[in-house]
Design a binder for this molecule. Structure first.
Ligand code: 4AD
Ligand code: MG
Length: 463
């Protein structure tokens, strides 16, 4: 007999023979019968298997939480409450027993910290099943959103010789022998002997190549892993995270903001429409405000302010007695506490901040007339802070080159990129959204390590 997934079984009419396969969540025995709850990952909900205790005495003695079984039997209307249908077991095949004395996941709830230490098994928990199904749904919706708009999915390289953000937090890629590194005459490392014949790293962003795509195909997006060696052990930073980076020819900063807002609203609505059971579970067990917060996103326009307006609001807050750990001053990089004040206390909704001081932003952002600010934009979200970073790009060759010089960046690794400005340059814009930051918002998870299957953070690379 062909296996039917639990999600389908739960939605079907009783009265036929079925075969279900999955992992046992719980087993409960009463006088004559035992109830086994089976989950196969197709839904957060389990199917209840009703087994005659005498008939299945041997099987039941081998079945415990975590065991993998296949059950053939009749799908019947459930006599108990809590489920519409259940399977009256006719035959049970045990694929894999699970020793209750050594299996780390028990019936009782575990702390998130405990589950992180068992990240190899945590996909089998309700919480991570929900998060991972939502993660999949969001990835699908991202491709759908852009495909429906005529954007092309561009695959950009993970190994790079340039530093897109100029922040220097990059993981080096090398095949040089670290115990006997070849040296040049002046004592510096001879990268000409390295695999690519030059110094290389894992990319922090696909944007620079994304711009090559946009200035040829019009509108593209990337969606791939990015790597940052910042040693920041916060609930919002990963060393390996996924980023989606749309890049659009002929978009100015306003078009860029409009797209970012439409994009996030689309994804949140997609989650509400397609991940109801999982969101309801997370709402019930973790964050009672989750659904309300998600539903609220579609209703309101995001606030749009300049960085200078933002500083004014923060200074005003200080004048009225609000205390920040890092003092507020024009020119500073906004810290999480400042971003959250603007979003959570002042506006009570997402905020898009534009026109940042050029000294705290990357070289490629379009320079404003004032000589002090650039046409960057950050989208700030409740509980998370920055979820999107982007900008209109500097399309003027001369201005871009003088910025690269001011920042003492290496021209050689950027000549190929400068060709976009040399040959038929065009106004264009783009942004990057951290996939895991988005998922934190959508799932209500408070630690970024809990929205990616196998997190990479300083000192943490086990699974
Ligand atoms: O603001 P960032 O650094 O911007 C860029 O990389 C641009 N090249 C994007 C572009 O314009 N195409 O990063 C973009 C987003 C952030 O807003 C944040 O959501 C996420 O990437 N992000 C991280 N997420 C998890 N862990 C980290 N260490 C992150 N660093 C950035
Ligand atoms: Mg940023």
């Amino acid at each position: 007999m062909e296996r039917t997934k639990v999600a389908r079984l739960l939605a079907s009419e009783p009265g036929r023979e079925v075969l279900a396969k999955g992992w046992v969540r719980t087993k409960r025995e009463s006088s004559n019968v035992a109830f086994v709850h089976l989950n196969d990952g197709s839904t957060i909900n389990n199917i209840q298997i009703v087994c005659d205790r005498k008939e299945f005495a041997d099987e039941l003695s081998r079945i415990s939480t975590g065991a993998c079984i296949g059950v053939t039997g009749r799908l019947e209307a459930s006599k108990g409450s809590g489920q519409a249908v259940e399977i009256q077991a006719g035959k049970i095949e045990i694929y894999g027993e699970c020793d209750p004395n050594s299996y780390p996941l028990q019936k009782k709830g575990h702390t998130m910290e405990f589950l992180r230490e068992h990240a190899n098994l945590r996909p089998r928990t309700n919480t991570f099943g929900a998060v991972l199904r939502i993660r999949h749904n969001m990835a699908f919706a991202i491709h759908k959103f852009f495909n429906d708009k005529g954007f092309y999915y561009l695959n950009t390289p993970l190994i790079t010789a340039s530093d897109c953000e100029g922040a220097g937090d990059m993981f080096q890629v090398t095949t040089l022998p670290l115990d006997n590194v070849p040296r040049c005459e002046d004592g510096s490392i001879d990268y000409s002997k390295d695999f690519f014949g030059t110094h290389t790293s894992l990319t922090v962003s696909g944007q620079l190549e994304g711009e090559l795509g946009a200035t040829a195909l019009g509108e593209i997006y990337t969606f791939g892993p990015t790597f940052r060696a910042e040693n920041s052990n916060t609930p919002r930073h990963l060393a390996e995270f996924w980023m989606i980076e749309p890049e659009m020819a002929f978009y100015d900063i306003k078009d860029n903001m409009d797209l970012a807002e439409e994009f996030i609203k689309y994804l949140v609505k997609w989650a509400l429409d397609n991940c109801q059971d999982d969101l309801q579970f997370l709402n019930d067990h973790f964050d009672k405000e989750l659904l309300k917060r998600l539903e609220g996103i579609g209703d309101e326009d995001f606030a749009r302010i300049t960085y200078t307006d933002g500083i004014d609001i923060l200074e005003d807050a200080v004048a009225h007695g609000h205390k920040f750990d890092v003092p507020v001053q024009w020119g500073m990089d906004l810290q999480s506490e400042h971003e959250r004040y603007l979003v959570e206390q002042h506006y009570g909704k997402p905020v898009i901040v534009t026109d940042y001081p050029k000294d705290i932003k990357a070289f490629y952002m379009k320079q404003n007339e004032d000589g002090k600010t650039v046409r960057g934009m950050d989208v700030l979200f409740p509980k998370i802070g920055e979820i999107i970073g982007g900008s209109e790009r500097e399309s003027d060759y001369g201005k871009l080159v003088s910025r690269i010089d001011e920042l003492h960046m290496n021209h050689d690794t950027l000549e190929w990129y400068l060709d976009t400005r040399r040959f038929g340059t065009c106004p264009h814009s783009g942004f990057g959204i951290g996939f895991e930051r988005l998922l934190m918002f959508v799932t209500g998870m408070e630690n970024i390590r809990d929205v990616i299957p196998f997190p990479r953070t300083p000192g943490n690379v086990k699974f």
